[in-house]
Design a protein. Structure first.
Lengths: 326, 855
């Protein structure tokens, strides 16, 4: 099958592309800078419809990951990349007669700030979603699913908190903060949070490509189905990097208010780097979010192959190897 | 009172909460009052129904009261709920309509409706007498009677007349009921759960103005309190007529905390409908329809009216409970010995016991106690309790046993629901009974000064009762199908439930014990476990209760047990695990003679709480030649299974606790759980199928007392008992208990039972006690484990990663989180059953991100 993967430089994008390539699919990756994956590559921005048109030519399936994933920035930045970019990619796919479109979404599109305890995959809601990222992803998901038709099957897959060796988003930031002694436990640290080991998320996306025709118009949350207290997750990630457990503790309300202050400070300064805390992050760290996985597993006929314990072993080995080479 | 206001019937306004506008219709009865009257009624309009429910409201409500019964009706059941004239949305006639006329009105309406086929009347409050008046005139089509918090008679001692008199006193009646909405509004406060604003609004809707409330006052005014009242005769006719309805199925649904229609009215109706099924909703108030799911109860009851009850296989000697006393009426062997701190105290021979039981039985009868009357026994185990118990059984009185383990409040609730007419107690118990106003005429055991008798409100002393029975022939004895006793569950999961046993079931229980433990004439019993202490005479063997505090089984010392064993040269010892623990701890104080006597004991039986093999093993060191056994069972059926220490050790580790083979006469099966953890309803005896343990035996309870809904749910199918325990049978036919059904964790891959997980965790060194609970919605629940460590944690906390790893590698399921608590909550009575429900809600709050609160 001829497949286009957008966002090939991201951890998950690269993993999906490799998996498809390994099993014999004809993969093209598209992103702004070279991926180093050694596959056919189209360099360019998803804001550029002509590049998209050439990238989707003759393609049977699109896995759309390219997105702006940042804690800061203006609404128009998110709107441009996440909403318009998705509309552009979808439009190119329709024009090129692509049959399957897998939109990689985020469970945060349904998170209104309260605890999600064994929650199902509700409809994305840009009004209640928290923060620019989640709001733009929610709107983009609606745009994508609205494109589902008789000729094009659109599936939204929402992997929850993807992590693994080489991950700069979640693992990278946590470890970096821990190194600096700036990693804090928000609140009691007991909220159960589900995550997805990278290989499992990639498998789920490949399954979504394969089952797209059965699943047209649906949104599915995928995760390891192994929620853990957030403090335990942080401690284990930090331990895998060979660092001691964080000792800083911040009460949840303080973190939320402080996070919002920091955000506005970063905004006003137009700083591009990550703030140490945001209101959104504080909320995420202090409330449970884990999901009912039965529907997704049945629909995708997919099961996570790497459990948390194995995931942490692999993460630890990767850190050890990285330290060795460095 | 301002009469004469008229207004036509109307349909209710749209949008009343829970009311389908399609149900409402207006029906004019041309014959009424010579000019025709129009009723508003709710009618689901089922054509050719199998049965019709005729629902009659009271005052100051309207047919809205029955909306759930309409909503939940099946397609073959027609439900008609009427608004009385001048009430609800029926016509305001401006006339005075008393009881007789209202019965006429209802009859005229059903005639106009052409109501044919079987009818079941359903009524609440003063709708009761009206519906029963209708029922008496329609015997040919009457298929059943349902009554909720109503009355046909003012029983002696009822408070309602006072309230009614107050409401009727000059000026009050009109002001409260008509001129203001106080009564209409206030009546709604007579529900436990305050109804939502929308529901309150709907109840008040037809009574917005003075004109529309006229009949509300009229109803209150029409309650006859004495013979001079114009409705006295009509009500008396209804009350007296009920004797004709004894072949009509009846269901009484009762809010126990109704300040108007108290339990006294329930008991009055029970006497008039002795065959009725009764469910008393503990804590529900006057508007029991708002406090409890009456609709489901009614429909379930109707659905079961045509079922025939299967009779369990008989496996009983049919010898009455006092049969052994009869056989040994001239036997001078000692029957019961009481132990004191200094050695043997009082004792009686079989001959003496038999005579005394006959005398007290006759004396109770002479005192006015009748067969079927309930007698609460608040007497510690010993000769007096034995005499009272067997005397009651002999003359057909029902013994009520609410043990001190329930706590004072629990005992009070238990006695209120069982409602004994008599209460036999020692001085201490009578003092509590007096202070707490427990029901029952008080009969005192032991010597009491006249002053004390008076201050305790003693009705008679046991000695007086005994004297009244001297030289009297014993009253007739009850049959096997008469009620013998009401005993109470531990109330570990909600309020204690009364469990009713018939004589044949108590006999079968005695016989089962005799069979399981091969008890013969040569055995002698030391009973440190209250329920079985009482069966000595029934089994025809001598028994002794060691010197101990009854309410605290842990107070039994090795010396006290040794003294009792040597006194009787006992062969059997029954004791609770708490008692055995203390016996082992104090065994160093035993004298050589006592040790010798202890070595003659052949059987040790321990029950009353989950018994660990280590307790049995240590106890076996004190009783070296006794085979330790522990039965499995519950208040509703005991024994179900039995296992010896050797068998426990041979069974080893498995999924749950091995409780042994079901005993002879017991059929145990498994009702397999589906993926959502619900029993599927098919019974299996295949090995390794996990499900609810269901039991059939001649010694299963007759019913939960005054808890028809609970009884119905527990006896599915009839004659079986659903234990609420989850377990499986192994390939050798042994039963394993895996936990309680309500505590089953329902994960994405199906149900996970807690006991095996907990055992695996408790095998980790340093962990004393563990609870495995489900977090999140059933079907996708995660497992959380809460542990109490040997060195108690100073405060609840998330476990360290190291401990979490240990727990996860010990168990076979994915554990989302491990929490540590200083101690785990356990039930009061046994001090050993973990309160998993409480732990689950505690852990759920924490794992949702909440504060780590106290457990």
């Amino acid at each position: 099958m001829k497949v286009l993967v957008t966002g090939g430089t991201s951890l998950l994008g690269a993993a999906v592309a490799r998996r498809l390539d390994t099993r014999g699919d004809d993969v093209t990756v598209m992103q702004r800078s070279p991926s180093g994956l050694g596959m056919r590559e189209v360099l360019g921005d998803i804001g550029d419809t002509s590049t998209l048109a050439s990238a989707t030519k003759g393609v049977e399936a699109v896995v759309h990951l390219a997105a702006r994933v940042a804690a800061t920035g203006s609404w128009s930045d998110f709107e441009d990349t996440n909403i318009r970019g998705t509309a552009n990619t979808l439009g190119a796919a329709v024009a090129a007669g692509v049959g399957r479109f897998v939109y990689v979404s985020s469970p945060s599109v349904v998170h209104a700030g309260d605890s999600l305890v064994g929650a199902g995959a509700g409809p994305a809601d840009p009004v209640t979603a928290r923060g620019f990222y989640a709001r733009s992803k929610a709107e983009a998901e609606r745009v994508a699913l609205a494109g589902d038709s008789e000729t094009l099957s659109v599936v939204a897959v929402r992997p929850h908190l993807v992590w693994g060796p080489g991950d700069k988003q979640l693992v990278g930031r946590i470890v970096e903060r821990a190194r600096q002694g700036r990693l804090a436990i928000v609140g009691s640290g007991t909220a159960l949070i589900d995550t997805t080991y990278i290989d499992n998320a990639a498998d789920a996306l490949v399954a979504a490509v394969d089952r797209a025709s059965e699943l047209g118009g649906r949104a599915l949350v995928v995760s390891n189905g192994q929620p853990r207290p957030v403090r335990e997750m942080l401690n284990r990630i930090v331990a895998a990097a060979g660092l001691p457990s964080p000792t800083l503790k911040v009460p949840a309300p303080v973190a939320k208010i402080g996070g919002r202050l920091v955000e506005s400070w970063w905004d006003r300064r137009h700083r591009e780097d990550d703030p140490p805390m945001t209101g959104f992050l504080a909320e995420q760290l202090a409330t449970a979010h884990w999901f009912d996985q039965r529907e997704a597993r049945l629909a995708l006929r997919w099961e996570p192959q790497v459990d948390l314990a194995e995931g942490f072993r692999r993460l630890e080995a990767w850190f050890a190897a990285a330290a060795h080479t460095a | 009172m301002n009469r004469g206001v008229t207004a036509p019937a109307t349909l209710p306004p749209a949008g009343l909460s829970g009311l389908d506008p399609a149900w409402s219709r207006l029906v004019t009865v041309p014959s009424l009052d010579g000019l025709g009257r129009t009723f508003h009624l709710l009618d689901n309009g089922v054509v050719d129904p199998e049965v019709t429910l005729l629902c009659v409201h009271g005052n100051p409500s309207w047919s809205y009261l029955w909306r759930d019964i309409l909503a939940k009706a099946d397609p073959n059941t027609r439900v008609i709920a009427v608004d009385h004239l001048d009430m609800g949305y029926s016509e305001r006639t401006g006339t005075v309509r008393r009881l007789q006329r209202r019965i006429d009105d209802l009859g005229a309406l059903t005639e106009e409706l052409g109501l044919s086929g079987p009818v079941i009347t359903v009524a609440h409050d003063w709708g009761g007498p009206i519906s029963l008046g209708w029922a008496l005139r329609h015997r040919d089509q009457l298929a059943g009677v349902v009554l909720a918090n109503t009355a046909v008679h003012q029983p002696a001692g009822a408070k309602a007349p006072r309230l009614i008199r107050l409401a009727r006193s000059r000026g009050v009646l009109e002001r409260v009921t008509v001129r203001t909405a106080t009564f209409v509004r206030g009546a709604l406060e007579l529900s436990r759960r305050r109804p939502t604003a929308a529901v309150r609004e709907a109840y008040r809707a037809p009574y917005r103005t003075v004109e529309r409330r006229m009949a509300v006052g009229g109803f209150v005014e029409d309650i006859p309190l004495d013979e001079s009242h114009p409705s006295y005769v009509a009500l008396a006719e209804v009350a007296d007529g009920l004797e004709q309805l004894r072949d009509v199925p009846a269901l009484l649904l009762w809010g126990s905390s109704d300040p108007v229609f108290s339990d006294l009215y329930l008991h009055d109706l029970e006497a008039r409908f002795p065959h009725a099924q009764v469910h008393r909703f503990a804590g529900a108030r006057h508007y029991v329809t708002e406090d409890a799911d009456i609709a489901t109860a009614v429909h379930t009851w109707i659905g079961g009216l045509n079922d025939s009850t299967a009779i369990p296989a008989e496996l009983t000697s049919r010898e009455p409970l006092w049969g052994a006393l009869d056989r040994r009426t001239a036997d001078d062997e000692v029957a019961v010995i009481e132990m004191t701190a200094t050695g043997a105290g009082r004792s009686v021979t079989f001959a003496e016991l038999d005579l005394d039981v006959r005398q007290v039985a006759a004396g109770l009868y002479e005192s006015g106690v009748r067969a079927g009357d309930r007698v609460a026994l608040l007497v510690p185990p010993g000769i007096d309790l034995t005499v009272c118990l067997y005397a009651c059984w002999r003359m057909g009185a029902v013994t009520v046993v609410a043990d001190a383990g329930l706590g004072l409040r629990g005992m009070g609730q238990a006695l209120e629901s069982a409602a004994p007419q008599y209460l036999i107690g020692v001085t201490k118990a009578l003092a509590v009974a007096r202070t707490m106003r427990w029901p029952g005429r008080r009969i005192a055991v032991g010597e009491l000064t006249p002053v004390l008798q008076k201050s305790l409100g003693v009705w008679a002393t046991l000695d007086e009762v005994r004297r009244r029975g001297e030289f009297k022939t014993a009253p007739p004895s009850p049959g096997p199908d008469d009620v013998a006793a009401v005993v109470f569950t531990s109330g570990a999961t909600g309020p204690a439930k009364g469990v009713r046993y018939l004589h044949r079931q108590a006999q079968a229980q005695r016989d089962a014990l005799v069979r399981v433990y091969s008890i013969s004439r040569d055995d002698r019993l030391v009973a440190a476990f209250a329920p079985f202490a009482l069966y000595g005479p029934a089994m025809g063997i001598p028994s002794v209760v060691p010197d101990m505090e009854v309410t605290s089984p842990g107070s039994l010392s090795a010396v006290a047990l040794g003294a009792a064993v040597s006194e009787l040269a006992a062969t059997l010892v029954f004791a609770s695990p708490a008692a055995l623990r203390n016996v082992s701890a104090t065994s160093g104080q035993l004298t050589p003679a006592q040790r010798e006597a202890m070595s003659q004991v052949r059987l040790l039986m321990s029950a009353g709480a989950p018994v660990s093999s280590s307790v049995l093993r240590r106890a076996a060191e004190v009783l070296p030649n006794a085979e330790p056994h522990t039965p499995y069972g519950m208040t509703e059926v005991l024994p179900v299974a039995d296992i010896s220490l050797a068998e426990i050790e041979a069974a080893g580790v498995g999924n749950g606790v091995c409780v042994g083979h079901p005993v002879a006469g017991v059929s145990a099966a498994i009702d397999e759980l589906d993926v959502m953890g619900r029993p599927i309803g098919t019974f299996s005896t295949e090995p390794d199928v996990t499900g609810e343990v269901v039991i059939q035996a001649a010694h299963v309870k007759d019913a939960y007392d005054r808890l028809w809904v609970t009884q119905h749910a527990s006896a599915q199918p009839a004659s079986w008992h659903r234990s609420g325990d989850v377990g499986h049978l192994d390939k050798d036919g042994r039963l394993w208990i895996e936990g309680r059904l309500v505590h089953t964790i329902v994960g994405p891959a199906g149900p996970i039972t807690p006991v095996a997980v907990e055992h695996a965790v408790e095998s980790i060194p340093g962990i004393d006690l563990a609870a495995a609970v489900g977090i999140g919605p059933a079907g996708t629940q995660q497992v959380a484990v809460v542990v109490a460590t040997s060195r108690p944690a100073p405060r609840p906390a998330l476990a360290s990663e190291a401990l979490s790893d240990q727990v996860r590698s010990a168990v076979g399921v994915d554990v989302a989180a491990v929490l540590v608590a200083p101690a785990l909550p356990v039930d009061k009575r046994h001090n050993s059953k973990i309160d998993r429900g409480r732990i689950a809600s505690w852990a759920s709050a924490i794992l949702a991100g909440g504060r780590i609160g106290k457990l």
